[in-house]
Ligand binder design. Structure first.
Ligand code: PMP
Length: 448
């Protein structure tokens, strides 16, 4: 283990910002919701390599598909077609409502969002793009502009001045949280805050309209939104908020883009796509992560009309839509259906949220439990009245403690104050009980 740490320090100390920096975890093997480190220690994986391993590490049916395809054909580029491409695109399209039927395959979420930006600008002839505060849409130079959180971007590389972050003051994260009126998990305690977190959705919508009237250009190319923010810390929107945003965007000539990189493929439990939970219809959907269960693939799906403006120049992507990626992604869709993955996300996720809400009511430092299905955020605060974020040191202490007891979770939020739970969607109620015991113990010992 020490040797591995020395090797990491020598090769990539700057490029690899590992999560457990005090004592990095060296992962060696995985199976379904479990990971093993080089010493054979087992961890319950509740973060899935950042919400990516959708149906389970080394899922046997996916491994079999991969083996078969590896023996047959690896690569062609998109200047040729191959059966897995058509098979996959037809299958993926069947999960999307009309007229979202034209598919471009990429290798990552950033690449997908980059392409989406380009298509939106070509189609509308406008340049400005709107995103939400707290959003994460990628790490390429273009998508870094879409991403809001300053800890993921460099001003010099995002100086194109073409993106605006829509940010009503209240957008700190707790919308749709357990203390808000629109939340699925109501608190038994009053929030007691004085920061406007508990406003009714109509008031949020009023603020949104005002933001548009005062600071959004009259013509825009697009609006990107994650149906539930991932890196932002499982932030949801008040009732009808997204619907209103879509309307305001379309009035300005823009198209609406759902970034389903984290919310897609059944993670929200109630729907296959996160946007379906808000009753909105995007003009374009971007996806990655869970689409390949860890195999690199991403996609942009849009309408024939929008795709037409992109067809004027030729689009080339060496690896996008490779036979191997298509074969694996196709099997991912089959596994989700056959294993009842989405249903499990709803079932286990609801149980986890309900139990976490009990911990929230018990501990002063759990400010909020929010999310849907298996995209859950636990916002940690100094106290429930100020709702100031818990310090990074305290977050690290709890986080490391949870890891030392055998569970991997994630962190997010504008202030790094939200624990994130986005596991492989095959986890069971027994796994949840194990995590709850561990989490309870970690918080208890921090507070002592
Ligand atoms: N969109 C969202 C919502 C994401 O969470 C991410 C990655 N965290 C991306 C886009 C970028 O995806 P990738 O890292 O595959 O480029």
């Amino acid at each position: 283990e020490r040797m591995m740490e020395i090797r990491r320090q020598n090769c990539n100390p700057m490029t690899m910002k590992v999560t457990y920096y005090k004592k990095p975890v060296f992962i060696h093997q995985g199976y379904m919701q479990w990971l093993w480190d080089v010493d054979g220690r087992r961890y319950l994986d509740l973060f899935a390599g950042v919400a990516t391993v959708s149906v389970g590490h080394c899922h046997p049916r996916l491994t079999a598909t991969l083996e078969q395809q590896l023996k047959r054909l690896w690569h062609t580029t998109n200047i040729y077609v191959h059966p897995p491409l058509h098979e996959y695109c037809e299958k993926l399209a069947s999960y999307l409502p009309d007229p979202l039927k034209v598919i471009y395959l990429t290798n990552s979420g950033s690449e997908a969002n980059d392409l989406a930006m380009l298509m939106a600008r070509l189609h509308t002839g406008n340049f400005d793009i709107i995103t939400f505060r707290g959003s994460y849409h990628g790490g390429s130079q273009q998508t870094m502009g879409l991403t809001s959180n300053s800890s993921y971007k460099y001003p010099i590389a995002t100086s194109s001045g073409c993106t605006h972050t829509m940010c009503p003051d209240v957008y700190r994260g707790p919308w749709g949280g357990s203390h808000c009126r629109d939340s699925p998990v109501q608190s038994t305690r009053k929030c007691g805050c004085s920061q406007g977190h508990c406003m009714a959705s109509e008031q949020y919508i009023g603020q949104l309209k005002e933001t548009f009237a005062t600071s959004v250009p009259s013509r825009i190319a697009a609006f990107f939104a994650e149906p539930i923010q991932g890196m932002g810390g499982a932030v949801q929107y008040p009732k009808n908020y997204l619907k209103e945003a879509y309307k305001l965007v379309r009035e300005r000539g823009g198209i609406c883009i759902a970034d389903e990189v984290q919310t897609g493929f059944g993670r929200t439990g109630t729907h296959f796509w996160g946007f379906q939970g808000y009753g909105v219809m995007p003009d374009m959907v971007t996806m990655a992560k869970g689409i390949g269960n860890g195999f690199p693939i991403g996609a942009v799906v849009t309408t024939p009309e929008i795709a037409a403006s992109f067809a004027k120049a030729s689009h080339f992507n060496t690896f996008g839509g490779s036979p191997v990626a298509c074969a694996v992604a196709s099997s991912v869709l089959d596994v989700i259906r056959e294993d009842g993955t989405q249903q499990n996300a709803l079932h286990v996720g609801t149980y986890l949220m309900t139990e976490l809400a009990k911990l929230r009511d018990k501990y002063e430092i759990i400010g909020d439990v929010r999310g849907k299905g298996l995209q859950i955020g636990v916002e940690m605060v100094k106290d429930k009245v100020s709702r100031d974020p818990l310090s990074p040191e305290a977050m690290t202490e709890i986080f490391e403690d949870v890891k030392d007891m055998g569970v991997l979770i994630g962190k997010g939020g504008l202030y790094g104050q939200t624990f994130r739970i986005q596991p492989p969607m095959c986890i069971t109620k027994e796994d949840v009980d194990f995590f709850l015991a561990v989490f309870n113990k970690a918080i208890h010992s921090y507070m002592e």
